[in-house]
Write a protein that binds this ligand. Structure first.
Ligand SMILES: [Zn+2]
Ligand SMILES: [Zn+2]
Length: 365
């Protein structure tokens, strides 16, 4: 079928909206008419070839939401007309997947970064030229996306679909880290370093969990102000004060939990250094492969935990509907992170995001 998609033709080049041909769904695949799609830093990392992906031309986009248009013959989860949010793909057969931790799929790259289906077949072309697709098994910077039954999440249809794309990545990651990974208890304390989409979703989740000390750390005054509106009890501008000292002071010895949502070794070190005994630091920020950090081994030895967290340890099919329920009750207003753009203005949206003018740009397709 004919689709329109935002194509990257060269590393770090602007997006170019093109008419492409997308192939028919296989037995286990789903064609989704994209209503809106969020832009995430991982899309830009892919544009810049900082991920192990095939060279351009490529279509990225992995926070798609839309309506099921067509399903393969073996698909049972959804049917045409269903509203869906798209999430990450996984193999379903490896030890991680079999133990219910699909986000840690051992075949993650093959299912998300192959530029093609896992079997190597490609799904997009322009005339005779193959265009790499299947990014996070969706490539949803497009009017239509080809997903697998595995990574479509059926959502209720009485909630605006155009806000739901970021659920499948940034929002799930931040909220899930607090709710699923840290399992923050009512009355507990948490420091969140970096309040972009992921960190801000973590702030909202900390409120839902009943944390009574929620410290947001960032270098952008606007974001700190928004974090306060979202329920942060304290904000720290790390460009003005030493966050370690300030947090130890506020908490009287350190918060039970910290989250690193920046992807910076110096910030990670701060997020660990503030922990009291038995404190847990979750690492969410994405860094280039091979990035190293130095930590105080003696501190960690004394009962502290440092762990990497992918996708908020969520099972998307179960977790996203829960977040949507919280949203619809007014208890998880993540939509206030979103700035909408028409699809044609994708390059403007990217620029605004890179300059820090917006938190979560979402393209209306
Ligand atoms: Zn993402
Ligand atoms: Zn797997």
């Amino acid at each position: 079928m004919e689709i329109k998609a935002a194509v990257i033709y060269e590393q770090s080049a602007p997006f170019s909206i093109e008419e492409l041909e997308m192939c028919d769904p296989n037995d286990d695949e789903v064609v989704v008419r994209i209503v809106a799609v969020g832009i995430c830093h991982t899309d830009l990392a892919a544009r810049d070839m900082h991920l192990p992906i095939p060279p351009p031309p490529s279509v990225f986009g992995h926070e798609g939401a839309g309506v099921v248009e067509k399903v393969g013959s073996r698909v049972r989860k959804v049917e045409p007309g269903d509203h869906v949010a798209l999430a990450w793909d996984y193999c379903g057969a490896c030890p991680s997947c079999k133990s219910g931790r699909e986000l840690y799929c051992l075949n993650f790259f093959l299912h998300n970064f192959n530029g093609a289906r896992p079997d190597g077949t490609t799904t997009l072309r322009k005339d005779d030229q193959v265009i790499h697709g299947s990014f996070f098994c969706q490539s949803s910077f497009a009017t239509f996306a080809l997903a697998n039954e595995r990574n479509v999440v059926k959502v209720r249809d009485d909630v605006p679909l155009e806000i739901l794309g970021p659920m499948g990545c940034g929002v799930m990651t931040g909220a899930g880290a607090v709710m699923n990974s840290l399992r923050a208890q009512p009355g507990s304390s948490i420091a969140i370093f970096g309040v972009g989409t992921v960190g801000m979703s973590a702030v909202l989740a900390a409120v839902v969990c009943g944390c009574t000390t929620i410290i947001a750390v960032d270098v952008t005054p606007d974001r700190l102000e928004k974090a306060k509106q979202f329920g942060a009890t304290h904000t720290i501008n790390a460009s003005e004060v030493d966050p370690v000292e300030a947090i130890l002071d506020i908490t009287g010895g350190g918060p039970e939990f910290s989250l690193e949502c920046v992807g910076n070794p110096a910030v990670f070190r701060q997020a660990v250094d503030i922990l009291p005994r038995l404190g847990v630091c979750g690492l969410l920020g994405v860094v280039p492969p091979g990035t190293e950090v130095s930590l105080n081994m003696d501190l960690i030895m004394n009962g502290r935990t440092v762990r990497g967290i992918l996708g908020g340890d969520a099972i998307a099919d179960l977790f996203i509907p829960k977040l949507i329920e919280l949203y619809s009750q007014g208890r998880f207003p993540f939509d206030r992170l979103i700035t909408f753009y028409p699809f044609e203005e994708i390059n403007k949206a990217v620029e605004d995001m890179e300059k820090g003018r917006v938190i979560k740009p979402v393209l209306r397709v």
